[in-house]
Design a protein around this ligand. Structure first.
Ligand code: PEP
Length: 246
């Protein structure tokens, strides 16, 4: 049985005053039946880890560098994330792929570095609207999976998030059948590559306009083990009911 998981991606949002939302969330979930992760901007990581304290919420980074240290102005290594209190990191988000030209081959190097630093990696894949309309979705997802995920992955250190690019922040979501088709495909691919045991144990999250109103329907879909949530993770009053729907 895979443990359900809800991960929040704050993106480039949040000042110290936003920690009040995390405090509310931590108080609402002192213990949890599922894995809870919040990924604030790097500036808030240390304080967020302190705010979460002994609650059920873990904190994570939103990307990392593949080197341990060195002359990389503005970058943050996986080891630094760990040192700041992170136990996980989101990698290959479509905004990183778009804004920073991250290719799947790059994502794989970042994931290798993160896993070596003992961080759980939440690796994002997803097709554009153009690719979906051209009926290329499964080809794109298959290629992103095989190129982005390192061989060092296990059921513990790998989580995959299916995030259709066109659904992120748009209010649009794929139909349950479309989500189910991609998640079943991803499960089969992971089982093929890593064997049945590991392939079966990797959590598969759906991400893209998850809200309190659609969470339960999405969580009922085959092979959906939870969600990666952007906008609706910023306020405890929105994220809490999503967690409760798991
Ligand atoms: C995301 O950015 O990972 C995301 C899923 O965003 P939103 O929930 O706002 O669509």
């Amino acid at each position: 049985m895979r443990r359900k998981m809800a991960a929040g991606n704050w993106k480039m949002n949040g000042l110290r005053s936003s920690l009040a939302e995390l405090d509310k969330l931590a108080r609402a979930h002192p213990t949890a039946k599922c894995d809870l992760l919040v990924c604030p901007p790097a500036t808030l990581l240390c304080a967020a880890a302190t705010t979460c304290g002994n609650s059920a919420i873990r904190v994570g980074g939103q990307t990392c560098h593949d080197a341990v240290s060195g002359a990389h102005t503005g970058d943050i290594s996986a080891q630094m994330l760990r040192d700041a209190g992170a136990t996980a990191v989101i990698l290959g988000h479509s905004e990183r792929r778009q804004d920073h030209d991250e290719r799947s081959e790059d994502v794989r190097l970042l994931a290798q570095a993160a896993q070596a630093a003992n961080l759980q990696t939440v690796i994002c894949v997803g097709e554009s609207l153009f690719q979906r309309q051209a009926t290329n979705t499964l080809d794109i997802i298959g290629a992103q999976l095989s190129l982005s995920i390192p061989d060092s992955s296990t059921g513990e250190n790998l989580v995959v998030a299916y995030e259709p690019v066109w659904a992120i922040g748009s209010g649009m979501t794929p139909t349950p059948d479309q989500i189910g088709e991609v998640h079943d495909f991803m499960r089969a691919r992971l089982e093929q590559r890593f064997g049945y045991g590991v392939g079966k144990s990797v959590r598969l999250l759906y991400g893209g306009s998850v809200k309190p109103a659609n969470a339960a329907e999405i969580f009922a879909i085959s092979n959906v083990d939870g969600a990666l949530v952007g906008g609706a993770s910023l306020k405890a009053e929105d994220f809490s009911p999503i967690i409760a729907a798991l």
